[in-house]
Design a protein around this ligand. Structure first.
Ligand code: NFE
Ligand code: MG
Length: 596
């Protein structure tokens, strides 16, 4: 048995360590997800004026401050008793701000954090087995996705065209947010009862033009065809089958031309999504399109025991047709992307917030009970450095992240879950295609396709909110004062780019905070084991995954553990959201490979 530890695990947000045990065949047999820091915002917000939570909680993370601001404001709306009256234009402003941030956040993940994995030299060697075609595809992967500093065998190559282009779009979308929210990150738009700014016609027009500009990048780089055509045939398709057929036929047409021309460039129509869609998956590329080779990302990061995993969405984006006010419990039909819970066999149930709780049995917290609902959550960190150890294995305490669960089941959260639960046609069609062919449909490939597709779901909705639903100069807040928050409780449920995000707040008779709890997406995905000893989603996804590229196609290479890196990065981890502050014990080792 070989122990492979990746620490620090890079190209994620925050500080993270993964420890694995790998058998003689190069298959991961055990994994621990180590969050290396304490977040502590729950403690920081104690005794504060609750209204500050909409600003202070954004400091949990510089990547997704927007969703923390909105989720806190949602919790405060209920705390102050005004959730039923928040003006529609305020809800549309929350939608617009979050929509822009979804696109920016997904672009950053796809192109800057995850994309460079496609330029990993292992894929050069794998694709080279496919002669001229493989070499032409490799040239594209390297030319598009190489990061800023990138060397192969001592030779430097320039940063990729798609990688660099996405950074420009990320900045553009942040600028668009700052038009209505003063700045980004940590914008100042969100407030109890609504938002603090009513947009002008010029603001709305300008945001629209920013989004249109980003769509030029999506056309030229991401899709290779017009986003309108893509959306009409996928998100707006009349059935999942039609959406999946549209993409498969499109890929087949591209291949028919390029297998002869050996031209896989953007100008030959190979957008980044088609290129990955064809060559990333064994099922799509090899079995359905007849390619002799693929990256086989659909075989990695799957769940082997569907009885131990669930999929959860709290729902996101207020429906404009519902007018003023909203229900803080987020019933299924109240949001554009709906709430819901699916078990590991994809049976969909209504979401019930009362089933959420967090375990601390494998985490560095002190409490006399192992599981608590966020309504009575306790966050007392282990204070004795002697008790902080990341190396004692799965039975020990090994993370600063708690372990959330739904009705006792650890849940994956994020774009793939949202797209399945809302019934998005392309992702639903893709899931069905995987199931019909005997593959588990949740894997590293579908996670990435769904994140890409979610951009094409959000864009048309965002354009509709801007051009039809949001009134310039409209009413954007209802009156509140601090006395309304006396001895009260509030819950904010929302979907951050990375998945289900909840804030829970309670106040005393002086209206000051007595309880604040945040349960964030990366805590769901990257938790340690729960109090029943059930591994977290990322741990389950790692166990059974092969350690090296394309199912160990080139043999087992412990020094390039792509099976670990792809699987962890496919969740778009944000450990800043999950955990915070610095561990001074110096007890976690560097990247290590140890034969035990
Ligand atoms: Ni720091 Fe976050 C998002 C939240 S956590 S990025 O999206 O909430 O996974
Ligand atoms: Mg918490």
């Amino acid at each position: 048995m070989v122990q492979v530890t990746v620490d620090p695990l890079t190209r994620i947000e925050g500080h993270y360590r993964i420890n694995t045990e790998v058998d003689g065949e190069g298959v991961i047999t055990d994994a621990q997800s180590n969050g290396l820091q304490l977040r502590g915002f729950e403690r920081l917000l104690q005794h504060q004026d609750p209204r500050d939570a909409a600003l202070l909680s954004q400091r949990i993370c510089g990547v997704c401050p927007v969703c923390h601001g909105i989720t806190a404001a949602n919790a405060l709306d209920e705390l102050f008793g005004v959730a039923g009256e928040v003006p529609k234009d305020a809800l549309m402003m929350r939608n617009v701000q979050q929509g822009l941030n979804y696109i920016a956040s997904h672009a950053a993940h796809i192109y800057v954090l995850w994309g460079p994995d496609l330029a990993n030299p292992a894929y050069h060697d794998i694709l080279a087995k496919y002669g001229d075609v493989g070499n032409a595809v490799w040239k594209e992967l390297q030319g598009r996705f190489a990061p800023l500093i990138y060397q192969v065998n001592g030779t430097s190559y320039p940063a990729g065209s798609s990688y660099l282009g996405a950074i420009v779009e990320f900045r553009r979308l942040h600028e668009a947010i700052s038009l209505i929210a003063a700045k980004m990150p940590h914008p100042v738009l969100q407030h109890v009862g609504g938002v603090v700014y009513s947009p002008t016609v010029a603001d709305i027009g300008q945001i629209f033009s920013y989004v249109s500009k980003t769509m030029e990048f999506v056309k030229a780089f991401t899709l290779g065809i017009s986003p309108d055509t893509w959306i009409a045939n996928t998100y707006r398709a009349s059935s999942p089958q039609k959406a999946a057929d549209f993409v498969l036929n499109h890929l087949q047409e591209l291949l028919n031309k390029s297998l002869t021309s050996k031209d896989f460039s953007h100008s030959a129509g190979w957008g980044d999504v088609p290129l990955f869609a064809a060559f990333g998956s064994e099922l799509i590329g090899e079995k359905l399109l007849g390619l002799p080779i693929s990256m086989k990302m659909d075989l990695a990061g799957t769940y082997k025991d569907p009885d131990k995993i669930g999929f959860l969405s709290y729902g996101v984006f207020f429906k404009p047709e519902n007018g003023d006010g909203y229900d803080p419990t987020s019933p299924a039909d109240s949001r554009v992307i709906s709430s819901g819970y699916m078990n590991g066999h994809f049976k969909l149930e209504k979401f019930d917030y009362k089933k959420i709780s967090e375990s601390i049995s494998h985490s560095f917290y002190i409490d006399d009970v192992n599981d608590r609902s966020p309504w009575n959550g306790v966050t007392v960190p282990e204070g004795n450095p002697d008790n902080i150890d990341y190396t004692k294995g799965s039975e020990s305490r090994y993370s600063w992240a708690k372990a959330p669960h739904y009705d006792g089941i650890p849940c994956e959260v994020g774009p793939l879950v949202r797209m399945i639960i809302m019934g998005e046609p392309l992702v639903t069609g893709l899931v069905k295609t995987f199931q019909d062919n005997g593959y588990y449909p949740v894997n590293n490939y579908t996670r990435m396709i769904a994140r890409m597709q979610e951009i094409l779901v959000v864009v048309p909705e965002l354009i509709k909110w801007l051009t039809q639903d949001l009134q310039a100069g409209g009413k954007v807040a209802v009156y509140t004062d601090l006395s309304m928050a006396k001895s009260s409780t509030g819950m904010g449920l929302w979907e951050a780019p990375r998945g289900a995000l909840g804030h829970w707040v309670a106040t005393g008779s002086d209206s000051m905070v007595t309880l604040y709890q945040a349960v964030v997406p990366s805590t769901w995905n990257l938790a340690p084991r729960n109090s029943q000893g059930v591994p977290s989603p990322v741990e389950q996804a790692l166990i059974g995954t092969k350690i090296s590229a394309a199912e160990n196609a080139l043999g087992v290479d412990y020094s390039n553990p792509l099976g670990i890196l792809h699987t962890v990065r496919a969740y778009d981890p944000c450990l800043a959201c999950a955990v915070h502050t610095i561990d001074k014990t110096g007890k976690h080792p560097d990247h290590t490979i140890k034969v035990l």
